[in-house]
Design a protein around this ligand. Sequence first.
Ligand SMILES: C[S@@+](CC[C@H](N)C(=O)[O-])C[C@H]1O[C@@H](n2cnc3c(N)ncnc32)[C@H](O)[C@@H]1O
Length: 279
Amino acid sequence: MAAEYDVIGPWTEVKLDILREYAGPYSQIVTANGFHHLYIDAYAAGGAHVSHTTGEVVPGSPLVALSTKPPFREYHFIDANPDRVDQLRQYSGDRTDVHVHPGDCNEILIRDVFPLVRYEDRKRALCLLDPYNIDLSWNVVAAAGRMKSIEIFVNFMVMDMNMNVLLRDPARAEATQIARMDRFWGDSSWREVAYEVSRQGSLFGEPEQVKVESANEKIAEAYRKRLINVAVFAYAPQPLRFVNSLGATIYYLFFASPNKTGNKIVEDIFKKHRMKQGL
Ligand SMILES: C[S@@+](CC[C@H](N)C(=O)[O-])C[C@H]1O[C@@H](n2cnc3c(N)ncnc32)[C@H](O)[C@@H]1O
């Protein structure tokens, strides 16, 4: 297979470990309770990557999911890149339990995949939402929450937000970037979290908006509360923060679930990784 791989940093390998550590117990519990369960990978990529640390090819999230024991009853992989879709199709071969969907997951999830996970049909799903940036629509997150049958991991790419939207001077952010953030957040209330009126005022006496102290943490906590209060997930533990070698936050990995047991398991997994990272 002439596959093109992403080279992934250690934080991506940790994210894949977390998926592995949760998918096993999740699959075991829902299988034991007689549910028909799906694994949904919305930004699936091609199935494998090259580790920056070792130089070796390592399984990406679709292959991690496919190796879960006991297996999921159905796998749904979505990617917008046709080459990655081809790679996914080669990995899945002629398996009838694996469905590869080419295109924009923001449309495909709501139109084709989430309707397969009706609570009343005893369907359940674990869904990974792992974009490179903040181009995930809140409508997807809200739709998952309403289903009451879907648990999600969401990668909130804080670095994209900080580079393009949450500038020190909010007046300098481009309208297209603000629109991306509104779509990710679901409305424009993120502004009230990220900015405040300067206590010093401006040169011309007009009220001036400045970025709040600890903006990342405040935005993350506000997003977590939205998962519960707006997307109506029963549980959303503190997210796991991923930092680069300079200590800057790259992204937060959120989890949201209608299920108490799932929440407890992920809280413990996040706690273990926080301790490992000394966070
Ligand atoms: C960060 S990678 C996913 C990595 C993968 N989850 C893993 O851990 O192995 C993001 C992927 O999303 C795909 N992508 C970008 N925008 C998309 C969209 N709107 N819908 C579906 N896939 C998209 C890209 O082609 C890329 O393969």
